[in-house]
Each structure stands twice: as C-alpha cells, then as structure tokens.
Design a protein around this ligand. Structure first.
Ligand SMILES: [Fe+2]
Length: 305
C-alpha cells in the first residue's frame, strides 16, 4: 500500500503558549507542552509537533516563521518504507533520524519524512440521522449540541509552491511517492491522493507566483454540525476566522478556516468525497468555483477566492 496518511506535521513557531492555547481550543489532545514546544495528537494517532523556530532539530524553513518545517507521511510497513527510501536515494540525500523517520526533501525544498504509521482506531459514533418529509430517520431523539469540535484526524495538507517548477513539484509526489492526481486546476494547483487513502485529496500543491510555505492543515470532524459548532467555539475564544462556513466544489467538503498562530490556517472539514481509481484525474483549464455555497451576511456577495 505504501503511504496511506499524514502521520506528523512539524511547525517552527514564534509563540509556543499562544499555539498551545489555540490547539487546546481547536480540540486536539495535548500530549505534552513546555517552554520549548508542545505535542498534540488526533484520536487517529497522528501528531502535531510545535517547536521554537530556532530549534536545531527542525529542518530549515522555506518562509519566515511561523511555518511548517516538515511533513511526515505514514507508511503501512517497514518493507514499503525501505523500498520508498531506496528509490528516493537514487537522486537525493536520504537520512534516517534518531526518531526513526526517513527524511529527504521534495522538489520544492520542503522536508519530507516517512515513518511506519501507528494508527489508532477512531470511533465516530453513530451517524446523525436526518429528517425530511418523505424520509424520516429520527424519532423521539432531539439533536444535542457538541459545543465544540474534537477533530478525529488530519485529513489533508495544502502547501504553497512557486508557479515556476510546479510540474516538477507535483511529479515528485506522483512518480516517487506514488500519489495519484485526482483534480488538476491548471491555473491554481493540483489535488493528490496518497496511495492508500480514499479522500479526494490528501495533499494540495497550490501554486503561487513566487513563494513556498504552508497554506493549511485540515482536520476531519464528524459532520456539518461539528464544523459549525467547532468554529463558533473558536470565534468565542477570540481566534480569527479565515474563511466562513461553506462547502467546496472540489472535494465537496464542508469547511470553516481559522488563522493559525503556528503559520497558515487550519480547516475543520467534514463530508469530503471519497474516491477511487474510477475518479479522475480531472483536468481543468480554468478553476471551477471555489465553493458550492458559503455563508454570506447582509450586504456581502461572498468572499474572494
Ligand atoms: Fe482544505
């Protein structure tokens, strides 16, 4: 199977306490925190590592702090990881860290890690049943509030890459790490699925005129309500919303984004398309609309793309 999920995301940050506060409010499990960093986990067993920007254990950044410093991909077993490492070493430096992570750099310069995944089973509970005339699924069972979100897993990451060299940047993931292109927006970026995933995308490389860095990390929650309520909790805690509640065109996921003090943004995501080899790759000369819908308020027609 090879790579089947995101295993760890490492960030170099400028304000550890603020980041800790943010991810507590966001709903991740705090494994440890101190003066030099913090580690959070998802119920699926993925880790978010936050370290001081000058921490010598971090690979160099591609943009000013705070930002992502390394993305570690989860591989199904040691044999698959060895095969990927051998292949990568044919044209680039590959190291094995004391943490067991196989490290190299992608064609943009981002540090890429591989490790044997340690997944934990996630129990999302019974799906919420919905009522509509002609389709009543829920009797004598009022809906109760979640109050806040508890994301189940990191479901995708979006990285900014310079427009020059974008084909080469994508080719690294497709040809070397066996990702599959699902949707390619020639004027915006490329959505890819890692080999063992079924989400419409695990990785988006979004091309920008001249910069590389973090765009966003998405965390899957159970459903629409949890996206909305988790976002409301973040707003109540004083965090700044980056994109209002909506539903994407590509991937169909419900979204709500917040500016993250670790760099870039975070997304609460739910109900993304699951796709297999029968889907795509779809190539768009011009990008389809960013969203199917997004909340607007009086006097506003919507948000820029
Ligand atoms: Fe996203």
């Amino acid at each position: 199977m090879g790579i089947f999920r995101i295993e760890e995301a490492h960030f170099g940050v400028t304000d550890i306490p603020q980041c800790v506060h943010f991810f507590r409010d966001f709903g991740l499990e705090e494994l440890e925190s101190g003066a030099h960093g913090a580690t959070f986990a998802t119920p699926a067993g993925q880790r978010l590592e936050l370290r001081e920007e000058g921490d010598p254990s971090l690979p160099p950044p591609l943009e000013a702090a705070p930002t992502i410093r390394e993305l570690v991909w989860g591989v199904d077993d040691a044999a698959s990881m060895g095969a990927l490492a051998d292949e990568l070493s044919s044209d680039r430096e590959v190291e094995v860290g004391s943490d067991g992570v196989v490290r190299t750099r992608d064609n943009t310069g981002f540090s890429v890690g591989l490790r044997v995944a340690q997944p934990r089973p996630v129990d999302p509970g019974e799906p919420r049943r919905a009522n509509a005339t002609g389709s009543v699924q829920r009797w004598n069972e009022p809906i109760t509030a979640y109050g806040r979100a508890h994301p189940m897993r990191i479901c995708h990451v979006a990285l900014n890459i310079p427009a020059d060299g974008r084909e080469d940047a994508v080719a690294f993931y497709v040809d070397r790490l066996r990702f599959r292109i699902t949707d390619q927006l020639l004027d915006m970026g490329t959505f890819m699925q890692c080999e063992g995933d079924v989400d419409q995308h695990t990785l988006l490389l979004a091309h920008r005129p001249d910069r590389a860095g973090i765009n966003h990390v998405a965390y899957e929650v159970r459903n629409f309500d949890e996206v909305a309520e988790g976002g409301n909790h973040m707003v109540a805690c004083g965090w700044k919303e980056a994109r209002r509640l909506g539903r994407h065109t590509i991937g169909s996921n419900v979204f709500r984004f917040f500016h993250a003090p670790c760099g870039g943004r975070v997304e609460y995501a739910a109900d993304m398309d699951r796709v297999d080899a029968n889907y795509g790759p779809n190539v768009y000369e011009q990008r389809p609309p960013h969203h199917i819908w997004m909340l607007t308020s009086s006097g506003q027609k919507g948000e820029e793309q």
